[in-house]
Write a protein that binds this ligand. Structure first.
Ligand code: NI
Length: 385
């Protein structure tokens, strides 16, 4: 079955919204103009309540259906990225160095499209909570909203979100039950030795040799300490030290990322990193300091809601893959899914450059699929009769 007819009717209007948003990207929590645009549209549609200023520039709007029923949270992220756009599109970013390279302009448009349809038709029971969120690309706007208590304030019972997916045909949906995206943590290590002459290393304590040993040893946390059936990535992504060929530097600094699906694996990594860093420090006789910052948690799809969402997607979309491979990327919708059951799905965006690439281009023909998915999800979840 194709997209909802009424939504197909106003698809050209959605394209205009999307291109306006694309031309005016904003970063992190500073999504004020985007939010103002969203609020203007929501007022035109006639939603029942609009709440602004959540997580700085987020918006939550309510649409009431006919009679009692659950409160369904539908989420779109609104923020862009610090990238210099290279699409050459007519609607290219008007702000140099900022670009919607992750399709959040499209996500916002899809949710607006669903809002327009649902306010017109109200062919459902209960309430829809439209969640327009800033700061997905760092900052964890979803986590801030959860801390502000939006789930309790608005009585949200379950939550759903979509993300655009380059490489899959437009209208195809990909999802899976259980973890679909990883937890993303950051660690950094400071190694302090004793500086000296490069020709007399015995008079110095060399942090570079220790740093190399640490990078090697850290790889064994994946290969020797972790169950092969439980996904784990540890990448050391930065090493900084030294200033000349004849100087043993005094210190070295390393940074990296840890990606996990399982809390137990994450705990093991935290413990082993501490042991490896301290152990190598002792072996080489220098001081070490380990910083570990837990980032976005794993994005966990509840099995029944995911199966239901896949059924809805099959009604309005193309091919639906309901056992897709999870990705080691991360997503802050996970904060909502930690507190409420729901599902996160990818929506095909055709053949374009990948997410976060300066040539990524959102396909406007995908937006009616996303809007129809959200709208039909609500109608199927709490039908009137
Ligand atoms: Ni994104």
């Amino acid at each position: 079955m194709p997209v909802i007819n009424r939504i197909a009717d106003f698809a050209p209007e959605m394209t205009q919204w999307r291109r306006h948003l694309h031309a005016h990207p904003e970063l992190l929590f500073d999504c004020h103009e985007t939010a103002a645009f969203v609020v203007e549209r929501l007022r035109e549609f006639g939603v029942d309540e609009i709440h602004e200023g959540l997580a700085t520039s987020g918006v939550i709007a309510l649409i009431k259906g006919q009679g009692d029923g659950p409160v369904v949270g539908l989420r779109a992220d609104m923020d862009a990225l610090p990238i210099l756009e290279a699409t050459g599109a007519e609607y290219t970013s008007t702000v140099e160095g900022k670009m919607h390279a992750c399709g959040h302009d499209g996500h916002t448009t899809m949710l607006l499209g669903a809002a327009k349809y649902l306010t017109e038709t109200r062919n459902f029971r209960g309430t829809v909570a439209l969640i327009f969120q800033p700061a997905e690309e760092g900052g964890g706007g979803a986590g801030v909203m959860v801390e502000e208590g939006v789930l309790e304030t608005f009585g949200i019972d379950e939550v759903y979100a979509l993300h655009t997916m380059p490489g899959a045909p437009v209208g195809d949906f990909h999802t899976c039950p259980g973890p679909i995206m990883a937890a993303a943590d950051t660690f950094n290590i400071t190694i302090t030795g004793v500086g000296g002459h490069g020709a007399m290393p015995h008079e110095a304590v060399d942090p570079i040799v220790a740093a190399c040993a640490m990078v090697d040893a850290i790889q064994t946390i994946v290969s020797r300490n972790s169950d092969a059936y439980k996904q784990l990535v540890i990448s050391v992504t930065q090493i900084h030290s030294g200033s000349a060929d004849n100087i043993v530097p005094e210190s070295a600094w390393l940074q990296g990322t840890v990606r996990t699906f399982d809390k137990g694996v994450q705990q093991m990594v935290m413990r082993r990193l501490a042991e490896v860093v301290a152990g190598i420090g002792a072996t080489y006789g220098l001081k070490t300091e380990l910083g570990y910052e837990e980032g976005y948690p794993a994005t966990y799809n509840e099995a029944h809601r995911t199966a239901f969402a896949a059924e809805v997607a099959a009604e309005i979309g193309g091919t639906v893959v309901d056992d897709a491979e999870p990705t080691m990327g991360a997503e802050d919708f996970s904060y909502f899914l930690e507190k409420r059951p729901g599902a996160y799905l990818f929506l095909g965006n055709g053949d374009t450059a990948n997410l976060h690439h300066p040539e990524f281009n959102f396909d406007d023909t995908a937006a009616p699929y996303g809007a129809s998915f959200f709208a039909r999800l609500v109608e199927r979840l709490s039908p009137i009769s």
